[in-house]
Design a protein around this ligand. Structure first.
Ligand SMILES: [Zn+2]
Length: 498
């Protein structure tokens, strides 16, 4: 039926693109959440004069996973502890993923320095060793409510529960008792990781009815721990990130990244300030237990950190210049190809109409209907990405119309005009995230602020656009071959005026 072999070849190539790009998207998602990055040099934070904390006999650290600023302010036990000590903003760094943030907290190195940027659901191997704080404190104890791979990555002498995918039987009913006993005991360093709020955040969102009740439960656990602690204990109560209203975290956004850390006990003054960086808090814990941080840690003594708060520019990693230049060159080349392919004779608007408007429409409708994608939005991680497709579908309709109008005449140029820039733009984003080596079987960790969040939707758009283009070309070829044909000279446009 298809007489034109070139067109058949193009239909086949586009259909293949549909599958190959969708597969690439799944590989990219797996690389984002699974791979580690090459460690890079640490940032330089603003400097100021100021002392560190003096050592303390008993240090107690409680991390309420997923509790943002507003949630912590609605937790009375947490609030009361802040009122009798230092009430600080805490910048968790990027990305706002629990394991990487905790590695920064217990090593004094940023996420970019450790290279552990996401590392979802599996223990770091080997765990933080002698360079970390916990391994420098004999008899240190860590107790986690769940997700034991996190505490098992930190190098504590005694870590509970044992490392396993599921928490052991009976653990939910006894872990608070074990944590309370540890906090009350003689160990110099005890860490308690409370996770129920984060779990509810992922399942039901921060805007759910379960959120405040779960925050109240977490606060009651905190109150019990504080009451059980030795009189001379120095407390650190903090979080690692906030949640979106619909649930989710990981992105660079300040609202997710800046949380609360409160310090109280002997040797700690009252007051407020910040945000200090999570590595500054590592320094405060290290000073309290007599541990030293690695020489390349950017952490500052506590009072110096409070005197010189960190900002986005200090904390967020910058994109490497070579990647940015390569991405722009690619986009520029595609823009030239698009301009050539879209050029039409006659009035300017005929050329303007041939440009790939479907792409901005797809991007705009996605943001409007599904929200701006980021590392915090669960939709970017879904293997099929139906939420994304529903968001950008209006753009696909525009693409189908544009290609249908052009298919009978200049279909080759129409396909270039519609697809060159979107495909090159998507590839450019893959380049700036550092993920391009996935194309030839590499194992990079393409996690950077902003752009990584767009990678998954852009790839899915490119895949869907290939599929739509294949279908439109196929349909128009079938119509051309089977439709009623008119002998030359009888079409209305070709007939002479009466
Ligand atoms: Zn989480």
């Amino acid at each position: 039926m298809i007489r034109d072999a070139a067109r058949a070849l193009l239909v086949g190539a586009l259909a293949l693109g549909f599958y190959v790009i969708a597969e690439l998207r799944r590989d990219v998602i797996a690389a984002v959440v699974g791979n580690d990055a090459a460690p890079t040099a640490g940032p330089r934070f603003p400097t100021a004069e100021g002392a560190g904390l003096p050592p303390a006999r008993a240090v107690r650290v409680v991390l309420v996973d997923g509790a943002g600023l507003d949630t912590s302010r609605a937790m009375p036990a947490w609030d009361a502890l802040c009122a009798r000590g230092l009430d600080l903003g805490l910048d968790a760094g990027f990305p706002t993923v629990s394991l990487p943030v905790q590695l920064a907290l217990w090593s004094g190195r940023t996420q970019q320095q450790t290279g552990v940027l996401f590392h979802s659901g599996k223990v770091v191997s080997p765990p933080l060793g002698a360079a970390g704080i916990p391994a420098q404190v004999p008899g240190s104890i860590a107790i986690a409510e769940s997700h034991s791979y996190i505490v098992h990555s930190l190098g504590f002498a005694d870590t509970r529960p044992p490392l396993a995918k599921q928490v052991p039987e009976g653990w939910p009913g006894r872990w608070v008792d074990e944590a309370t006993a540890a906090v009350a005991g003689p160990a110099r360093l005890v860490f308690v990781h409370v996770l129920r709020l984060d779990t509810v955040g992922h399942r039901q969102g921060k805007a759910s009815a379960a959120w405040p009740t779960t925050a109240a439960e977490a606060d009651a656990i905190l109150a019990r721990l504080i009451a059980a602690g030795p009189a001379d204990a120095r407390w650190f109560v903090l979080s690692d990130h906030d949640h979106l209203a619909g649930g989710g975290h990981g992105s660079e956004h300040r609202a997710i990244r800046v949380v609360r850390a409160c310090l109280a006990g002997p040797g700690v003054r009252t007051g407020g300030g910040g945000p200090i960086h999570v590595t500054d808090l590592a320094r405060a814990i290290a000073d309290s237990v007599g541990a030293t941080l690695p020489a390349d840690s950017p952490a500052r003594p506590l009072e110096a950190a409070i005197a010189a708060p960190v900002d986005d520019d200090d904390v967020l990693p910058r994109l490497p210049t070579d990647r940015v230049i390569a991405a722009w060159l690619l986009v520029l080349a595609a823009a030239v190809a698009t301009a050539w392919a879209a050029r039409r004779r006659g009035p300017w608007w005929r050329t303007a109409l041939a440009l790939p408007w479907w792409w901005p429409v797809a991007i705009g409708s996605l943001v409007l209907l599904a929200g701006a994608p980021s590392l915090s939005t669960p939709m970017i991680y879904k293997p099929r990405g139906l939420d994304l497709v529903q968001g950008f579908a209006p753009g696909l309709a525009v693409l189908a119309v544009a290609l249908t109008l052009a298919a009978q005449t200049g279909w080759r140029r129409a396909v270039v005009a519609q697809l060159a820039l979107p495909v090159a733009g998507t590839l450019a984003v893959l380049i700036v995230t550092g993920g391009v080596s996935i194309l030839w079987g590499g194992a990079p960790c393409p996690v950077v602020p902003l752009w990584t969040g767009w990678l998954s939707p852009l790839l899915l758009m490119a895949s869907a656009a290939s599929g739509v283009a294949a279908l439109v070309l196929l349909a128009s070829a079938v119509l051309a071959a089977s439709g009623p044909s008119a002998p030359p000279g009888t079409r209305r446009s070709e007939r002479a005026a009466p």
